[in-house]
Ligand binder design. Structure first.
Ligand code: GDP
Ligand code: MN
Length: 376
């Protein structure tokens, strides 16, 4: 999950990294902030706010109020602005970039630092990658002040500035570890004309798999899911909405992704990702179908089961029970192999639901059935 700038900055501040003085508001009336000129920043999770009008400046309190009001009535690249951060405007002399992320190939953290920070960091990375320093962190060795100091020196910070900035980078690694972050970034990390350094922006992405260790974000995570996704979560089903019209259900994330790919390959458009997990019993199957069909775009359902601990007959019973109770006329195509596949197939076929042997056949069939339905 991604934290809002003001949340990330609060964390940085608690760990001793200097951030500009500021206040967070959700209505223009509530602002109680005297420092002008100020910068007024939309709190949204989409990136590139500066380039899409989400960062504005105000010279006096009147302007500050108006700008806050304006931003609160706007969308930044499709995201509604619910909160605004108002901060003292820094006199920027130079913008640096500091970040730590996980290198997924090597499976270890990597520090990225550059003297060319700011809004164009993506272009810098494309056009002059050599101006971004990249240093891997061996987690067993750790990340020591002298490791940090070397990097800071390499982006051109010297003398007493080096002493001020080095702990910022080592602290970033500390936060990265303690918050189970996938990414922590200060861009820009600013030197002011007065010669002080501030984190002018902050970004923290927390690994969703570690959220059980960070209960303080529980409520916020819930808000990121839509109703169907939440309903699924409560039933122990992994569900993600997609924008097509073919419902997909399978057991195991890899199998479900492969199913989505195969349906797409044959010209179909998956409506969701839905993973029953291992050893699903009848009830979990009916719940999953119910959730998938709650999406009114769904014109057909493809259930793909690789029986291991999951028993095909149990799945079949769930499907039939659901179809019999709800009397739906949406086509279902099943592919099931593995544990108790013969029993499962019999149950489906005696109820008029086709069972295919291969994922390929089944994918082609559901795509054809849904297309036919669309033509009618
Ligand atoms: P982002 O576009 O979402 O990354 O938003 P940032 O918070 O990084 O702001 C974008 C740009 O606005 C920065 O790179 C700065 O150039 C500028 N900016 C942000 N805060 C200040 C400030 O306090 N003073 C000045 N002069 N510029 C600022
Ligand atoms: Mn930024």
């Amino acid at each position: 999950m991604r934290l809002y700038e003001h949340q990330a900055k609060d964390i940085l501040k608690r760990y001793g990294i200097k951030i500009p003085v500021g206040t967070i508001v959700d209505t223009a009336e509530k602002i109680d902030f005297d420092k002008t000129p100020a910068v007024v920043k939309a709190q949204v999770l989409v990136g590139g706010r500066g380039k899409s009008g989400g960062i504005r400046f105000a010279d006096n309190k009147d302007e500050m109020k108006k700008t806050v009001q304006q931003l609160l009535s706007e969308n930044i690249r499709g995201e509604t602005v619910k909160k605004v951060l108002v901060e003292e405007k820094l006199n920027i002399d130079h913008e640096f970039y500091l970040g730590i992320t996980l290198d997924r190939d090597k499976g270890i953290p990597v520090v990225l630092a550059s003297a060319k920070g700011g809004m164009d960091i993506e272009e810098v990375a494309m056009e002059s990658p050599q101006s971004i320093i990249k240093r891997y962190i061996d987690p067993l060795w750790g990340f020591w002040d002298f490791d940090a100091r070397k990097i800071i020196r390499d982006i051109g910070i010297k003398g007493k500035d080096l002493i001020e900035v080095t702990p910022v980078l080592s602290t970033l690694y500390k936060i990265f570890k303690e918050y189970d972050a996938e990414l922590i970034e200060i861009n820009p990390f600013v030197r002011t004309t007065e010669g002080t350094f501030f984190a002018a922006d902050a970004k923290i992405l927390i690994d969703d798999n570690s959220l059980f260790r960070h209960k303080e974000f529980e409520e916020q995570v819930q808000q990121e899911y839509n109703d169907l996704e939440l309903r699924a979560k409560m039933k122990n089903i992994a569900y993600v909405d997609l924008d097509g019209n073919i419902g997909i259900i399978g057991n195991g994330a890899g199998l479900v992704m492969a199913t989505i790919d195969t349906v797409t390959l044959y010209g179909g458009n998956p409506a969701n990702f839905c993973d029953l997990g291992g050893g699903a019993e009848k009830d979990r199957v009916t719940n999953a179908i119910d959730i998938v069909l709650s999406n009114k775009n769904v014109k057909g359902v493809f259930i793909n089961i690789m029986g291991g601990i999951t028993r095909c007959d149990e799945i079949a019973k769930g499907i039939i029970e659901y179809k019999n109770i709800k009397r739906i006329d949406i086509p279902f195509v099943i592919r099931m192999v593995g544990t108790r596949e013969d029993e499962g197939r019999k149950i489906c076929e005696s109820n008029g639901i086709p069972v295919m042997l291969t994922m390929d056949e089944a994918a082609k069939m559901i795509v054809r059935l849904v297309k036919e339905k669309e033509c009618n």
